[in-house]
Design a protein around this ligand. Sequence first.
Ligand SMILES: [Zn+2]
Length: 472
Amino acid sequence: MRPRLVSPLRRAFIRELRRTLVCLCVLVLAAIPAGAGPDQRTKLEPGWDLFSTQDDIKLGRQNSEEAENLLPMLKDERVNSYLDTLGKRLAQFAPGEKYPYQFKCVNIADINAFALPGGFVYVNRGLIQAADNEAELAGVMGHEISHVALRHGTSQVTKALAPSVGVAVIGSVLGDNALGKLVTAVGAFSMNSLLLKYSRTVESEADILGTQIAHDAGFDPHALADFFVVLADVEKKLGVPPEFFSNHPSPEHRIDRVNEEIQKLGGPLPDAKKDSPEFREIRRYLFSLPPAPRAAMVADTDPYGTADAGEKPEAPAEKVQSFENDSFKVQFPGNWKATAQGGSVTLYPAGGVARNEHGVAMLAYGSIVSRFEPRAGATLESATDQLIASLRESNPALEVQRKAEPMRLGGERALSAYFHNDAPIKGKETIWLVTTLRPDGLFYVVSVAPQAEFDHYTKAFEAAVNSLKFRQ
Ligand SMILES: [Zn+2]
């Protein structure tokens, strides 16, 4: 279960947003007099964002640690220091906040690169090997730097959440430790998918600013367009678009837009750089290494990966495994995964996560063990009411099915309640909530499955709840 986007509110919000965007465009056009000079670059700025730039860095750092544990990193000093030097040189020309940029190589053959908020940039080995010259690599790195500088990750989280979370909750979210609370409110799944799955609009922005950055750093900005031609060829050969193209505007459109921006910049600088001996050396060296695996061969690089909607997960295994952190220990079916983030853990089967129509990943089958901060002096009953009220703000279809009844959780007095809610894709889901008051807040386990299948999960959910032990 996740805070859900409320469609009518969301529509109103998008309308509002469009209006704002139109206003901004008019302002920007008005601000640049025609024929003002050779440099008439498109002005781009970060969008609406409820996070601070410090949050971007914190969030990026947390996710970068996780990413580096999961991905096959190319731990090669020579390659990484080349990438880092080139990246930092480019990043100097990024507008706005100065982030602690770092650039690392992932040992994967697929042509791709990605950037986490706050400046953590990853370039696949396959991308460096596919680039014809340093200027092409610089263009792609400029594109990734632009996602960071324009704060596309957290801005996208802000836009997706704001209409559903509501002003009241945002007010409290933005108190101390905004990030932790928002991560709890949104959950690990949504956070990750939102941070990396960009819309076409922001991809196009990253192309435009990336062109400017490569140009300002002294590279021939045509190289980014050249690289799109390389990618289009790869697409023709393989019959599938390379990773760097997925969710991106069509290559023809991107080439046109890059060329348009180069004209606005007054053309490439006379001494614009195309290549360097360092790049050719690194590329030759990479080709000399044992071939990199393809992403699909790397086991489970996406812990939040979702099965196709509509596919039912296999039944929970009788055999159990344990998850343990500083505060509790819990058992769960041996064929499920545990994903921990910020003190919460999500236990779920493969295919237990579904993407809703906004591309936000939501738990459809499984349990979340987490903590809620009630108002000071709350009792178990009133703290549970507060948690339910906060869930209802983002899940307006939430209906009580069975009122809170006493039970035990980890040896402590607890409450158990059942709800119905709209399921992420279609139909209804059943939610079982168990809460207990702990010295550090309201501890809860929330378990969810489609209404029609809930009975098949009752045993697994109850076994997890009954196995829970607090560590102190
Ligand atoms: Zn991009």
